[in-house]
Design a protein around this ligand. Structure first.
Ligand code: ADP
Ligand code: MG
Ligand code: MG
Length: 869
């Protein structure tokens, strides 16, 4: 026969699925010796059986209940039905997953017209007894019979006004008796029946009501929102009442064992003297902070602190407890792992590690990627956001929350930011020219482009929230309008961006700011010690890298030198260089650019110290540096002192129909070697400069887009000559390495041969995925979601490594390279280098380090630490 009832001493915390969180933890608290009022739990299995039988009580449960009550009567030496010592019960719901406030509790069950008099008499406290009874009628009427609580509240308020009582506690015993009569009338008019005078009948009805509450609309919505299954059912806990409303030595309260906002080691909670249950949350009276209890009941407070400490140690986590004090006697009514902010979670885990409560492995296991992301970025107030509907949903390209005013161009964004306006920059897509505007913005949204589009990569690098590829939006940069399904936003309108979910909201939403706490930094150190391979950062500036160092990045895996050319004075020289028609002209521009490059590299090297720094030579197609708008072109012609016609001709000549597969990467330097020559000489000069200051740097020079052995050999030889020139001139020695990006399928296939010349490899997974799959990284976001929806692709290969295709090629290349040169260093520097699933895979196939945007470094570290468990 199915056992549907577990007494507290038969349960334990592991039985949550049967007893619900509340029932299982009550049993556990009893088991470890804490004071818990007696009781038992009707299992979730009983609830499921009840629904299977079309909402009728399983006969075995019906038969078992009176026996359980009898046992409870013996344990408590009280009687549910009888002439002395009335047993009052609380009937409480509880499922496996805590669903706070989703279902209702009934207190004081068992009271009748008769037993209330006995209770009044025995406690010598009629006021208390009648208060319990009127609460029961109200709760039972509402929860079990569905009478609106407003009707009861109105009656209560009317009585208080009539009798001129300011607070509930001012009501006298006579007042309460009068209220009970009114409540019973309400009950009768609303239900057509009298309030039940049989305690067992009250109990049966209450249990059914708790079962039924499993499918109430609140509970359904909550489960939907949190992706919880509907077929788990709720348990029902039936427990002896203890009374916090028996006078001024009684109280009821809720308390966290630590501060749930910060994780600080301090008791955090509140209580009300002479009160019951929901009074604390109901806000009828202002509760007192827990610290006041120390003054009011010092010895009880001491016991309380000791006991909750025991609870925390036992559960190895911060607890959220509910308690009641009855005439100076403490009882625990509930405990669960407390909800907390991400910052608190990280602080707690580090403290538990220090206290020896958790091992490093347990900390790593318990920590989630969401904790890390949430701790790094500003977040919206959860309650505020749940009530709102987004006006569009795009790709969650860079996590974080931002609220601000809408601007449609980089210049407008910059200007607004200078006036301290929080800016949300909306573009169809961004380009390197937008950088300054992007830096000035709180968030970036685009209607085109995928997870590796310019907007996405740059935003992640800066830790700025970004939602891209919002195809439902019509962004008109000229008209300065943003059309969405049911509306339109214009310049200056408020909107909010959730980069973690991809959702956009058409209003201002309050934010909770993120700070990198000392605990977070220590966590990074703990993770670093537990990873087998290292995590570097993609950083183009010393500032980016300094940020990454806060996260314990082990070096720089990728510096994109092209990003150094976008500030106005350098851009002009860059344009002069690109548009030059003679070698002499080109040299003039290069001589202008070189000191800037040297200064940039020195700053990077100085920040890096002895950490490795990989610098990639110029990579993108040259036209990316050129102006697109006519007015800008005219201005440039004037600046360069050439005719507009000539400029137009040069621009046309540079135009390519497939630039990503065109004149870029090493191919540029095959045509114009002087560019790379300037770059390596700048690298070496700054390295020597640091050497002179006593800092040893070993630059790692990386050539992009290599596709053939001859190309690599030629370029390496050329670079070595350029470097030797500087070294001979300075009469100095320098150790450096020259390696190559692996981002073309052909490079993977000839990796064994490339390894003879290259000192290191770094896989550029963005371009490699683009080339292997033939998906344009800038355009595929438009149709990939369709593939995923139709289950033709498990995931977007730009977001998570495509193991069967791209991964397979990488693996072959690594094997071949190591066969040629066993010690060759192999890294990954694409965006996948910071994505947890991909990172774990890269480690498995023999990569020595991954490199990713600074704000992804912590995620990559956690992934590698989890993989090493
Ligand atoms: P919830 O799941 O909404 O927190 P609970 O079942 O914990 O509901 O009950 C709410 C409140 O009712 C408790 O915090 C406590 O104050 C009161 N309560 C529940 N059971 C008892 C009891 N046995 N004795 C006294 N008060 C109780
Ligand atoms: Mg509770
Ligand atoms: Mg590339």
């Amino acid at each position: 026969m199915q056992n549907y009832i577990y007494f507290f001493d038969e349960g334990r915390k592991e039985l949550k699925h049967l007893l619900g969180g509340k029932g299982a933890n009550l049993a556990e608290m009893k088991r470890i010796g804490l004071p818990v009022p007696a009781g038992f739990t009707v299992t979730t299995a009983a609830c499921l059986a009840y629904f299977n039988a079309k909402q009728t009580m399983p006969p075995t449960l019906k038969a078992a209940l009176p026996l359980a009550i009898e046992r409870l009567e013996q344990e408590t030496a009280k009687q549910l039905v009888g002439t002395t010592r009335p047993l009052l019960l609380s009937v409480r719901s509880g499922s496996v997953h805590s669903m706070p406030g989703m279902m209702d509790t009934i207190l004081n069950l068992g009271l009748t017209d008769q037993s209330v008099l006995i209770l009044a008499n025995e406690t010598n406290n009629p006021r208390f007894a009648f208060d319990c009874y009127r609460r029961l009628i109200q709760m039972f009427g509402n929860v079990v019979m569905g009478i609106s609580s407003a009707l009861f509240e109105e009656a209560l308020t009317a009585l208080k006004t009539e009798q001129q009582r300011a607070r509930d506690t001012d009501l006298t015993s006579d007042d309460l008796q009068q209220l009970i009569t009114t409540y019973k009338t309400i009950y009768r008019t609303q239900t057509g029946k009298d309030f039940p005078q049989d305690p067992l009948q009250q109990l049966m009805l209450a249990i059914e009501a708790v079962f039924d509450s499993w499918y109430n609309p609140r509970a359904l919505t909550y489960r939907q929102l949190h992706h919880l299954a509907d077929d788990l059912g709720t348990a029902v806990t039936i427990q002896e009442m203890v009374f916090g409303n028996m006078g001024d030595t009684s109280a009821t309260g809720v308390c966290f064992t630590r501060n749930p906002s910060t994780g600080a080691n301090e008791i955090f909670g509140e209580f009300l003297l002479n009160a019951q249950g929901e009074d604390v949350v109901a806000g009828i009276r202002t509760p007192l902070p827990m610290q006041s209890l120390q003054h009011i009941m010092p010895s009880l407070y001491a016991t309380f602190s000791e006991r909750i400490q025991l609870l925390e140690t036992h559960y190895k986590d911060m607890q959220d407890v509910e308690f009641t004090i009855e005439k100076g006697q403490l009882y625990f009514l509930q405990t669960r792992n407390g909800k907390r902010t991400a910052a608190a979670q990280i602080h707690l885990l580090m403290t538990f590690l220090d206290e020896g409560l958790l091992t490093a492995a347990e900390v790593i296991e318990r920590l989630s990627y969401d904790d890390i992301e949430a701790a790094l970025h500003d977040t919206f107030n959860t309650a505020a956001i749940e009530a709102l509907t987004p006006f569009a949903i795009g790709l969650p390209a860079s996590p974080g929350a931002a609220t601000g005013q809408l601007y449609f161009s980089a210049t407008a964004a910059q200007a607004a930011a200078e006036h301290n306006i929080p800016v949300i920059l909306a573009r169809q897509e961004t380009s390197p020219e937008d950088i300054a505007g992007m830096i000035a913005s709180e968030a970036i949204i685009t209607s085109r482009g995928g997870m590796t589009s310019h907007a996405a990569v740059v935003a992640r690098g800066m830790g700025t929230a970004c939602v891209c590829g919002c195809h439902t939006l019509l962004i008109d940069e000229v008209e300065k309008t943003l059309h969405y399904d049911n509306g339109i936003l214009t310049e200056g309108d408020w909107l909010s961006v959730d980069g973690s979910t991809g959702k956009l909201y058409p209003q201002k939403i309050p934010l909770s700011p993120a700070v990198i706490t000392p605990s977070f930094k220590r966590l990074m150190q703990v993770l670093s010690k537990r990873t087998h391979i290292s995590v570097r950062a993609n950083a183009d500036t010393a500032t980016d890298f300094a940020q990454a160092l806060q996260f314990e990045a082990s070096g720089i895996g990728l510096t994109r030198t092209e990003h150094m050319f976008f500030s106005p004075e350098r851009l002009l020289e860059m344009r002069r260089l690109i548009l030059a028609t003679t070698a002499a002209e080109r040299l003039v521009a290069l001589n202008e650019l070189e000191p800037h490059q040297t200064a940039d590299f020195s700053a990077l090297f100085r920040t890096a110290g002895s950490r490795p720094v990989t610098i990639r030579l110029l990579d993108p197609p040259l036209h990316e540096f050129l102006p697109t708008q006519l007015s800008e072109q005219q201005q440039l012609a004037t600046q360069l002192n050439i005719s507009p016609l000539l400029l137009t001709e040069r621009l046309a000549a540079l135009k390519e129909s497939n630039p990503m597969m065109g004149h870029r990467g090493v191919r540029l330097a095959i045509s114009y070697p002087a560019i790379y020559k300037m770059q390596v000489q700048a690298i070496v000069k700054s390295a020597l400069q640091l050497q002179a200051e006593g800092i040893t740097v070993t630059p790692e020079i990386m050539i992009p887009l290599i596709g053939s052995e001859a190309e690599l050999n030629w370029m390496r030889h050329f670079l070595e000559q350029a470097i030797d020139e500087v070294l001979t001139d300075a009469n100095k020695q320098l150790t450096y390495t020259i390696g190559t990006m692996i981002e073309l399928p052909r490079a993977c296939l000839i990796a064994g041969k490339l390894a003879t010349t290259a000192d290191f490899f770094s896989f550029g997974t963005n371009d490699l995925t683009q080339m292997v799959y033939g998906f344009s990284r800038d355009d595929s976001a438009g149709f990939l979601p369709e593939y995923i929806a139709k289950q033709l692709l498990p995931v977007d290969p730009f977001q998570t490594i495509d193991k069967d295709g791209v991964g397979q090629l990488m693996q072959q290349a690594i094997l071949a390279a190591k066969a040629t040169k066993p010690g060759i260093k192999i890294g990954v520097c694409g965006e996948l280098g910071g994505e947890p699933l991909s990172v774990a895979y890269f480690e498995k196939i023999g990569v020595d380090y991954v490199s990713c945007s600074p704000y992804r470094v912590p995620l990559a570290k956690l992934a590698l630490a989890k993989a090493a468990l």
